[in-house]
Design a protein around this ligand. Structure first.
Ligand SMILES: [Zn+2]
Length: 247
């Protein structure tokens, strides 16, 4: 029997399940186990873990735990002085591209509104999600821990809140997106990149009041939706400002 003690730091304690409560969890193992499996067996997906120390030495997820070890497990840090080689998560993605799972449709809309390339398909199997995520180099956003625990998932985040606006803020903080937002360049419905269109090219599709009061229009080349800087956009703008005022 291999006896180990894990200490979880920060909000990782909120993710413990299966009767485990933090911050210290004691486990007895009948066979050598990777530290990834050990941590995930307590309910914490590896995507949430940024640093693991085994007897004060940094180790990676494949490390096999030893008898009587003290394992310290730390969450992702955006602003902390840890040597990059010891970190298990990268602070940001090369391109800030996301994949929202089937339960995060509203978060996907918010991210698109803020200008971030976010794939979301309502009916999508786990395998399809993983394939798209890997093929298009996206970070997975999911509240499904089992999905995040998949070995192929390198980049991912589990939004803690049930509220999509708070989830958006969490994703901004996790991936440090505040300087990269480009609101209203992307279609919230389908993720298409909006293109400017001449008023005369879309005038047949406009309501009389829109026709009268607005001159600048953009259109989604994917789904055809037309956008303009009217009250709808102002409401979205106010919504984003309200979300970011929570920092
Ligand atoms: Zn569209």
């Amino acid at each position: 029997m291999i006896r180990v003690s894990l200490r979880f730091y920060g909000d990782l304690n909120d993710l413990l399940f299966g009767g485990f409560t933090g911050p210290t969890v004691k486990r007895q193992l009948t066979a050598p186990t990777s530290v990834k499996d050990l941590i995930e067996g307590c309910g914490v997906p590896h995507t949430e873990v940024d640093l693991i120390l085994a007897h004060d030495q940094p180790v990676d997820f494949s490390y096999l735990v030893q008898e009587d070890q003290q394992i310290s497990v730390y969450p992702f840090f955006n602003h902390i002085d840890i040597p990059a080689a010891e970190r298990l998560q990268k602070p940001t993605l090369p391109k800030n591209r996301f994949q929202a799972d089937a339960n995060l449709g509203k978060l996907a809309r918010y991210l698109r509104m803020a200008g971030f390339d976010t794939a979301y398909i309502r009916e999508q199997s786990d395998r399809e999600i993983i394939n798209q995520m890997l093929g298009e180099q996206r970070a997975l956003l999911s509240r499904d821990r089992k999905l995040l625990m998949h070995n192929l998932i390198e980049y991912g985040y589990l939004p803690r809140s049930d509220d999509p606006a708070d989830q958006l803020l969490e994703v901004f903080q996790r991936y440090d997106l505040f300087d990269d937002a480009d609101p209203f360049c992307r279609c919230p419905n389908c993720n298409g990149l909006l293109q400017s269109v001449a008023k005369e090219d879309v005038i047949d599709q406009l309501e009389p009041l829109t026709k009268k009061h607005f001159d600048d229009f953009s259109q989604c080349p994917e789904c055809g939706q037309i956008y303009w800087a009217g009250s709808h956009r102002r409401r979205l703008d106010d919504r984003l400002k309200e979300i970011f005022s929570r920092t």
